[in-house]
Design a binder for this molecule. Structure first.
Ligand SMILES: *Cc1c(COP(=O)(O)O)cnc(C)c1O
Length: 362
């Protein structure tokens, strides 16, 4: 029998098994075309069906209608760090950034290269181990947008209540927690997410943008980096990453088939609770990086008593089929990524391993 492997990599990350099986099954003959999806024209009717379905499913899962567009772009999440200020940060205006980790810092840096930026909140002094409280957030007088990172993949923190921004257009990098829970997507003017964490394979970035925002784009944006270009051509201005979008569509269908966001969120809470319980009941053997009220349900970061034990933990967990638990170098220690596609069985197996490891090493 094949040994059970559980994938805790932060991204590219675990995909739902039924999706991979479906991809395998129809890889050589998509939709009775006798061709693989990999060799179909992006202008063909068969591909168009996938493309339109993926857009419709994404909007439906987010509870959005005609006021929003869903685009499939390239250049990764990092591409969006630049595209947002290129499109919206006009001369004489200011963009506000809420800094909660490395990714939001990178977004801020791209903004700073292109225009005026203001730091509305920053938890770097606390090693980004928490999300700022509403009182700490100080917006500039009339920002063109406010930007935040909903889940800090590296730090293991997550916004559980989004800040009230009034009339300021709110934009969010949701790469590592999009579709992991229900939330009011209408509050956001722009949401973007690289697919490789919670939506599918690397190669496509989903952008959900308010239709009204498309009228406020700077005149001088290169055509290919202009959101309006892609909205007008329905993300078919140039060749889109066909295969990645096809898999995203299957993942979205898998979410629907599994009860939608409310059911997914319930399962995510259950999985994360199993791991946090091991941390909290370990008498300090495991030390979580995130402060409790800011804990992420997607990426759980923790330290062990010594670097030697951390190394041993990685070695032994890997040998036991628990893959990808080494933390990011900037935080150190361990990180368990429990995206939508991680099974409850996987989380239980990790929790049991953590308990056993502690008993043997403390
Ligand atoms: C992974 C990640 C990124 C970087 O994505 P790329 O597609 O590699 O540019 C940005 N933001 C967050 C929150 C991430 O998790």
């Amino acid at each position: 029998m094949e040994k059970k492997i559980y994938n805790f990599y932060p991204g590219p990350a675990v995909l739902p098994r039924p999706v991979l099986e479906e991809v395998q099954e129809e890889l050589l003959n998509f939709n009775a075309t006798g061709l693989s999806i990999l060799e179909l024209s992006h202008r063909s009717k068969d591909y168009e069906g996938v493309h339109l379905e993926a857009e419709a499913r994404m909007k439906k899962l987010l509870g959005l209608g005609d006021d929003h567009r869903c685009l499939f772009l390239q250049g990764g999440t990092s591409g969006q760090f630049a595209m947002i200020p290129m499109n919206f940060l006009a001369p004489g205006r200011t963009a506000d950034y809420l800094l909660t980790g490395s990714w939001s810092q990178k977004a801020y840096k791209e903004g700073a290269r292109l225009g005026n930026v203001h730091i509305a909140a920053n938890t770097e002094e606390d090693n980004f181990n928490r999300i700022p409280s509403p009182e700490e957030i100080k917006f500039s007088p009339d920002p063109v947008y406010a930007h935040l990172t909903s889940n800090n993949t590296i730090m293991g923190t997550q916004w559980h209540d989004f800040p009230d921004c009034g009339d300021i257009p709110l934009m969010a990098d949701m790469s590592s927690d999009i579709l992991s829970r229900p939330f009011d997507a209408k509050k956001f003017s722009l949401i973007y997410a690289g697919a490789q964490k919670n939506l599918g394979p690397a190669g496509v970035t989903v952008v959900v943008i308010k239709q009204s925002l498309l009228e406020r784009i700077r005149e001088d944006v290169p055509i290919i980096f202009n959101y309006k270009t892609h909205a007008d051509k329905n993300s078919l201005y140039n060749t889109p990453p066909v295969f990645a979008i096809y898999i995203v569509n299957l993942v979205l269908k898998w979410i629907e088939d599994n009860g939608g966001l409310a059911a997914i969120a319930e399962k995510n809470r259950e999985k994360a609770a199993l791991i946090y319980k091991e941390i909290d009941e370990s008498d300090g053997f495991y030390r979580g990086h995130a402060q409790k009220e800011s804990r992420s349900l997607m990426n759980i970061t923790f330290r062990l008593p010594s670097p030697e034990l951390e190394k041993k933990f990685v070695e032994e967990s890997t040998a036991n089929g628990l893959i990808g638990l080494k933390g990011h170098r900037s935080v150190g220690g361990l990180r368990a990524s429990l995206y939508n596609a991680m099974t409850l069985e996987g989380a239980k197996t990790l929790a049991a391993f953590m308990r056993e490891f502690r008993q043997e090493n403390s």
